[in-house]
Design a protein around this ligand. Structure first.
Ligand SMILES: N[C@@H](CCC(=O)N[C@@H](CS)C(=O)NCC(=O)O)C(=O)O
Length: 218
């Protein structure tokens, strides 16, 4: 399997974390988002990550994670239907109501572009609801769904990379200070051996990312 993307991408890192945690063989292929025809044949929107398997390519992080999880044990998605739905619910809340609104401010935070006032105004109320919903859905003990790490822990960890970064840099806000149980969970996840490897690779890729972003500076 080949994982296309770049090591500072939070979505890429969610898939990479799962592949590493499962001990599966994969090759990392560095790719920035691109509208090149070649890459569009792998990812129909030109985003990252994409996974290329013997059967063909696949996009969308949560879909890729579910596919990867089906390949071997141990499983990171619950197998029982209700538990699996709850796992997906946690992932979706983090994506739709924290990560996606937060990333609307990425131009300001990552590239240094002028503030987008609409994004600035609209993102925070949604993020506040998103963090509250996450806290309602999860009572970490110590993982989000109980005593085993699930795909929810992995996905949410990387969704919150953008959520926490934007909250701090744009709103001077530390959402996890309002939710001590999530804060303790976040610290525990940061200490996980796979997280540390993924974070190290991400740090090492940062300079290259900044050079890539320079072309988008307004
Ligand atoms: N819904 C996609 C989102 C992936 C995504 O937004 N990736 C970012 C990099 S972290 C990207 O490719 N951005 C470029 C773009 O949106 O065109 C997924 O779940 O994989």
């Amino acid at each position: 399997m080949k994982l296309y993307g770049f090591s500072a991408s939070n979505y890429y890192n969610a898939v990479k974390h799962l592949l590493l945690a499962k001990g599966l063989d994969f090759e990392e292929v560095k790719e920035y988002p691109s509208q090149n025809e070649d890459y569009l044949s792998i990812h129909p929107l030109g985003k990252v990550p994409a996974l290329v398997t013997d059967q063909g390519p696949m996009s969308e992080t949560d879909i890729i994670m579910e596919y990867v999880d089906s390949l071997s044990d141990p499983k990171f998605f619950p197998t029982e239907a209700f538990e699996k739905a709850k796992c997906r619910e946690i992932m979706k809340v983090a994506e739709l109501y924290i990560e996606l609104p937060a990333r609307r401010n990425n131009g300001e935070v990552l590239i240094g572009n002028p503030r987008c006032e609409t994004a600035f105004r609209e993102a925070r109320p949604l993020m506040e609801k998103g963090f509250k919903a996450l806290d309602t859905l999860c009572q970490p003990s110590p993982y989000l769904m109980g005593d085993k790490m699930t795909a929810a822990d992995i996905f949410v960890r990387y969704a919150l990379v953008v959520g926490n970064m934007v909250a701090a840099k744009v709103y001077d806000w530390k959402p996890l200070d309002e939710y001590p149980a999530l804060k303790a969970w976040s610290k525990m996840m940061r200490e996980d051996a796979v997280s540390q490897k993924v974070d190290q690779d991400s740090q090492a890729a940062m300079q290259d990312l900044m050079e890539y972003f320079a072309q988008f500076k307004k």
